[in-house]
Write a protein that binds this ligand. Structure first.
Ligand code: CU
Length: 227
């Protein structure tokens, strides 16, 4: 209803009304159709940007009804999983197409999703439904160095940081959230860090400084087979 009123105001006037109406609607608990965004910066303790952090905002009041469960792919290219990190909402199907000439055998022992796709080529492996929240670590039985991560979250508002440690979550209704960040190089018992955040307008920013342990780049290939 408020949205219909807003479109009739000139832009500058609209901005002032917008903030007020958003706050009113937010505190009245009215359904909202506004789309705010949240820009998040993730750095390590030294201030360096952290890439491939999963960042997601859960509504503080509980589960959102919105869904973002478009099927995604974790491919195998040149004996690596691509991408290294995937963030999805619970209920998403993930397929594992193999673009290599060698076969792969993709598996996970993680409680959030345990599965096994015996040796295959091409796109024949059946898509898997990821319906539980948690971290899923993917491996390949043939190539020990292959690893990838799927962070399954309980919200449609998610993303992962780029090389500058930045990510923008969009299409969010104003409200109270718990903003979370996950990274595979965080110590095992603190892999998810969180902070409360309130979205009242379109330009909210937040930052995380996380305690990642940088692993040395692994250039050795001695454990992988050549078939
Ligand atoms: Cu493999």
């Amino acid at each position: 209803m408020n949205g219909l009123i807003l479109v009739t105001f000139p832009r500058k006037v609209k901005m002032h009304f917008y903030a007020g109406l958003v706050a009113m609607a937010f505190f009245a608990g009215a359904p909202l159709s506004y789309a705010a965004s949240l820009s998040v910066q993730v750095t390590d303790n030294a201030g360096a940007p952290v890439e491939n952090a999963a960042v997601y905002a859960e509504l503080a009041a509980g589960e959102t009804k919105q869904k973002s469960v478009h099927p995604v792919e974790v491919a195998q290219i040149k004996r690596q999983f691509v991408p290294l990190v995937t963030v999805i909402q619970a209920g998403t199907e993930v397929s594992f197409p193999n673009y290599d000439s060698v076969k792969h055998h993709v598996y996970s022992f993680s409680p959030a999703k345990t599965f096994d796709l015996p040796l295959y080529s091409g796109k024949v492996a059946q898509a898997q439904l990821f319906d539980k929240v948690g971290t899923v670590v993917l491996g390949c039985n043939i190539h020990d160095k292959m690893v990838a991560y799927v962070q399954v979250v309980n919200t449609p508002f998610f993303g992962k940081t780029d090389a500058l440690g930045k990510v923008k979550l969009e299409g969010m209704p104003p409200g109270k959230y718990v903003l979370k960040a996950w990274h595979f190089n965080l110590p095992p018992l603190e892999q998810v860090v969180s902070q409360p955040i309130t979205l009242l307008d379109a330009d909210t920013t937040a930052s995380f400084k996380i305690n990642v342990v940088k692993k040395a780049p692994d250039v050795s290939n001695s454990n992988s087979y050549s078939y």
